[in-house]
Design a protein around this ligand. Structure first.
Ligand code: TRP
Length: 454
């Protein structure tokens, strides 16, 4: 990436960055974590983290990119030689995420075709997802292969611009549909308890792993701590206002996640009578709950909504997987002498191999459960709750103590001399965020090991 074209308008930048941010993280991941970690408690922790921590980190990453004009691997090294390893760590994250992201992408495709071809009562049945995931292992694997193949073909042919255009056009519809489904859910008789569970914090649900999960989700959903925002920043013009761009991306991303939660969490609470078994369905939650919701709409309406919804989610997912694959391919090209085609082939094969365990973890390999997690959740945990916090920690140290917050503050002020939340930024990046990350990692390990019990 020698030649950097710039985003010509601020709205262009915000849309592109928000496009990378909005994806399965909002629609699939946020709701299941919220359901699992106490609803309102998780929501509150997430919101607080987003406006403090997420804000500071996103400002720092975009400013680093704009200042250096480099993507993550080069940028960390350029700022301080000793921090080159952080750049390398950031590169690992998309390589770990892409395979399991594509497994879920495969499930989305399966659901799209099922709604298109099968009677809705069948899909809404409790046993449907279980039969799909636990039946022949070849079926989920097939959908996963298909999803990766599509991603790879798009990247190889270099037609992602076209796909992204289509996707951008579709995203407003996804937002509208999500609002509509959420309204349908919360107006069901008996949904109120579920809404209360989703919105009202309950301190008994609080634990350090709740904070760790919320922090990991924040990184994941806003594409932080993996170099993506540095790359986006490197394309951003000086006269685009950095601070307000970050605010807009955050608001957009959080609004979509909140709505997705509103459509899934109260429904999960309602259908399973608030039982923990129902709320802790993890990665499978969206696929178990939504067909039931659509089923309640009656067969014609439910089928139409189901088809439309999973088609739109598919677009949100494929644009993210394209961008993840692009990122990994460009790193491979930079670090090896491989050309684009060969790098793309290598990344595809790698992703296929790495994704197989995630898919089989719900099937014939369900007995393999590192840290008590299925394999997909385990890979997800390694990238979001281990590597990303480490990257974020070193980014804070680099900004807070080596290049100094002033470097970033000056970069933010390039546009119009203003940085409204300057004080918040400095104290977050220098003190609160790094100490907090270490604390949370430490407590979570202790909790996971059973040394402390919160
Ligand atoms: N933020 C995306 C989502 O919410 C997922 C994601 C993580 C991503 N890292 C990325 C997307 C890198 C594009 C590029 O689904």
């Amino acid at each position: 990436m020698n030649q950097r074209s710039n985003f010509t308008s601020k709205i262009g930048f915000v849309l592109a960055a928000a496009g990378s941010a909005v994806g399965l993280g909002n629609l699939w991941r946020f709701p299941y974590l919220a359901a699992q970690y106490g609803g309102g408690t998780f929501l509150l922790v997430y919101l607080i983290l987003a406006v403090t921590f997420g804000f500071a980190l996103m400002v720092a990453e975009i400013a680093i990119g704009r200042k250096t004009g480099l993507s993550a691997i080069g940028a960390y090294k350029a700022l301080d030689k000793r921090f080159g390893f952080v750049g390398i760590l950031t590169a690992l994250v998309p390589a770990i995420i892409l395979p399991y992201y594509s497994v879920i992408g495969g499930w989305v495709m399966k659901y799209f075709f099922t709604f298109l071809t099968v009677d809705i009562k069948v899909v809404a049945d409790d046993a449907f997802f279980g039969n799909f995931i636990g039946g022949s292992p070849l079926e989920p694997l097939g959908w996963f292969f298909l999803f990766i193949a599509l991603t790879s073909i798009i990247v190889l042919l270099g037609v992602e611009k076209g796909i992204e255009k289509v996707s951008k056009f579709m995203m407003p519809f996804l937002a509208i549909l999500t609002v509509g489904i959420a309204i349908f859910v919360i107006t069901r008789p008996g949904a109120l308890d579920g809404v209360v569970y989703y919105i009202k914090p309950n301190f008994k649900d609080f634990s350090f792993t709740t904070i760790l999960a919320a922090m990991g989700q924040l990184f994941y959903s806003m594409s932080l701590a993996m170099g993506i925002m540095i790359t986006y920043g490197s394309y951003m013009k000086k006269d685009n206002n950095l601070e307000s761009s970050v605010r807009q991306i955050e608001i957009f991303d959080t609004a979509i996640a909140f709505l997705a939660g509103l459509m899934i969490v109260p429904a999960a609470y309602m259908f399973f009578d608030g039982s923990t078994e129902g709320l802790k369905k993890g990665p499978t939650l969206m696929f178990v709950i939504l067909p039931k919701v659509f089923g309640e709409m009656g067969s014609t309406v439910g089928t139409i909504i189901g088809v439309a919804f999973f088609l739109l989610v598919f677009f949100a997912a494929i644009t993210s997987s394209i961008s993840l694959m692009e990122t990994v391919v460009s790193i491979v090209m930079d670090k090896t002498k491989l050309g684009r085609k060969a790098a793309c082939a290598a990344v595809t094969v790698f992703s296929l191999l790495m994704g197989i365990p995630s898919s089989l973890g719900f099937n014939v390999w369900s007995h393999i459960a590192p840290l008590g997690q299925d394999l997909l959740t385990f890979f997800d945990f390694i990238s979001n709750s281990v590597i990303m916090p480490i990257v974020a920690f070193f980014t804070c140290v680099l900004v807070g103590f080596i290049i100094k917050p002033k470097t970033i503050v000056d970069e933010v002020k390039e546009t119009d001399g203003k940085f409204k939340s300057e004080k918040l930024f400095v104290i977050m990046i220098k003190w609160i965020a790094p100490i907090f990350i270490l604390g949370i990692l430490g407590f979570s390990v202790a909790e996971g090991m059973g040394w402390i019990n919160v």
